[in-house]
Design a protein around this ligand. Structure first.
Ligand SMILES: NC(=O)c1ccc[n+]([C@@H]2O[C@H](COP(=O)([O-])OP(=O)(O)OC[C@H]3O[C@@H](n4cnc5c(N)ncnc54)[C@H](O)[C@@H]3O)[C@@H](O)[C@H]2O)c1
Length: 309
C-alpha cells in the first residue's frame, strides 16, 4: 500500500505479519485470519511458536467460530521471512523499549517498503519505539485489549511523522476485521485507555493505602455501581446526562481530596517488594486460592462473551 498518498480503501485480503505469539499475538493473528486475511506469525521462543495454532484453534472452538480460519495462519521461525511479503506488520513482543526498537530495525530491513508497521505496546509512546526508522510515515501504534478476540477496542496512535494514509489504512483494516478502532491524535504515554484506567487504579490503591476501605470493598463499589453502567455510558456522556454544572460542583469538592501524586503508591511498591505479586504468588491486594483465580477468570470471559453476543 502507499503510506504517503491519499487514503487507500481497505484491501480485501491483506498479508499480515504478527511478531510475538504470546497472549496478545496469537489472538491478534486469530482475529485477522477470521477476517479472511493471510497471516504469518513468529516468536523467538520456539515452544510458544509451536503452540500458536493449537491455542488459536482452541479459542475458535470455544467461541463457536469457523475453525478452518486457523489454516490462514502460518507460523514462521525467522522474523525476516515472516515480514518479507507483509502489507501490515504488528509487533506484540514483550513490553521492552530496547527490544521493540531492535525488532523494528530488523522489520524495516526485511519488510516491503510500503508495509505499515504497528506496535501493540500497552503504554510506551510509539515515537520512542519508531524514532530510528528511515520511513517513519508508515509507523503507527495499534493498542489492542486482552483478550483481543473479545474486547472490541483498538487504539490507533499516530506520531508526528505518521501519514494520513497510514492512519486511514490501519483504521479501515481493523474496522474490516470487526474491531472498534479509534484514532488517538497525540502520542502520549498510555494513549487514552490506559490513562483512564490507571487514573482509576491510582485512586483505588490510595483508598486502601489510607485505610478508607479494604481492597474487596473498592472492587465491590465499582462493580455494583458505575461499573454496571460503564459499558453503555461513558464518563463524558454521564457528565452531560447529570449536567456539566453538577459535574463542576462535584469536582470542586472531590478533586482536591483525591490522590494526585505523580508516581506509583508506596503501598504498591511494598507489595511488590514483599513478593505479594497477585494471583501468580497467591496474594496481592487480596489472597487468591487457585479455585478463586479460576472462577474469576471464567467470570470475565463469560461476561465478555455475553457482551459480544
Ligand atoms: N496482556 C495484555 O493485556 C496486553 C494488552 C495490550 C497490549 N499488550 C502489549 O502487547 C505486547 C505483548 O504482550 P503479551 O501479554 O502478549 O506478552 P507475552 O509475554 O504473552 O508475549 C510476548 C511474546 O513475545 C515473544 N518475544 C520476545 N522477544 C521476541 C523477539 N525478539 N522476537 C519475537 N518474539 C519475541 C515472547 O517469546 C513472547 O511469546 C506487550 O507490548 C504488551 O505490553 C498486552
Amino acid at each position: 500500500m502507499s503510506t504517503t498518498g491519499s487514503s487507500p480503501a481497505p484491501a480485501q485480503s491483506v498479508r499480515i505479519a504478527v511478531i510475538g505469539a504470546g497472549m496478545m499475538g496469537h489472538g491478534i493473528a486469530q482475529v485477522f485470519a477470521l477476517a479472511g486475511h493471510s497471516v504469518t506469525i513468529t516468536d523467538a521462543h520456539a515452544p510458544t511458536l509451536a503452540s500458536a495454532l493449537s491455542r488459536v484453534e482452541a479459542n475458535l472452538i470455544d467461541l463457536g467460530e469457523d475453525v478452518s480460519a486457523v489454516r490462514r495462519i502460518r507460523p514462521v521461525e525467522s522474523l525476516a521471512e515472516a515480514v518479507r511479503d507483509a502489507d501490515f506488520v504488528v509487533e506484540a513482543a514483550s513490553e521492552n523499549l530496547e527490544l521493540k526498537r531492535k525488532l523494528f530495525a530488523e522489520v524495516e530491513a526485511a519488510a516491503p517498503a510500503g508495509a505499515v508497521l504497528a506496535s501493540n505496546t500497552s503504554v510506551i509512546p510509539i515515537t520512542e519505539i519508531m524514532r530510528n526508522l528511515t520511513r517513519r510515515e508508515r509507523a503507527v501504534g495499534t493498542h489492542w485489549w486482552n483478550p483481543p478476540f473479545l474486547v472490541p477496542l483498538v487504539e490507533v496512535i499516530g506520531t508526528e511523522w505518521t501519514s494520513d494514509a497510514t492512519i486511514a489504512f490501519t483504521m479501515a483494516l481493523h474496522e474490516g476485521a470487526g474491531k472498534t478502532p479509534v484514532h488517538v491524535k497525540k502520542d502520549v504515554p498510555g494513549f487514552v485507555g490506559n490513562r483512564l484506567q490507571h487514573a482509576l487504579w491510582r485512586e483505588a490503591v490510595s483508598l486502601v493505602e489510607h485505610g478508607i476501605c479494604d481492597a474487596e470493598t473498592v472492587d465491590t463499589v465499582i462493580k455494583a455501581s458505575f461499573g454496571r453502567r460503564l459499558a453503555v455510558l461513558g464518563p463524558l456522556e454521564n457528565a452531560d446526562l447529570v449536567g456539566t454544572d453538577l459535574t463542576l460542583a462535584i469536582h470542586q469538592t472531590v478533586l482536591p481530596a483525591i490522590e494526585a501524586r505523580p508516581g506509583p503508591s508506596p503501598y504498591l511498591e511494598t507489595l511488590v517488594k514483599e513478593g505479594r505479586l497477585g494471583m501468580k504468588s497467591g496474594e496481592g491486594f487480596r489472597r487468591w486460592t487457585p479455585e478463586e483465580q479460576a472462577a474469576l477468570k471464567k467470570r470475565v470471559v463469560d461476561h465478555l462473551k455475553k457482551a459480544r453476543d
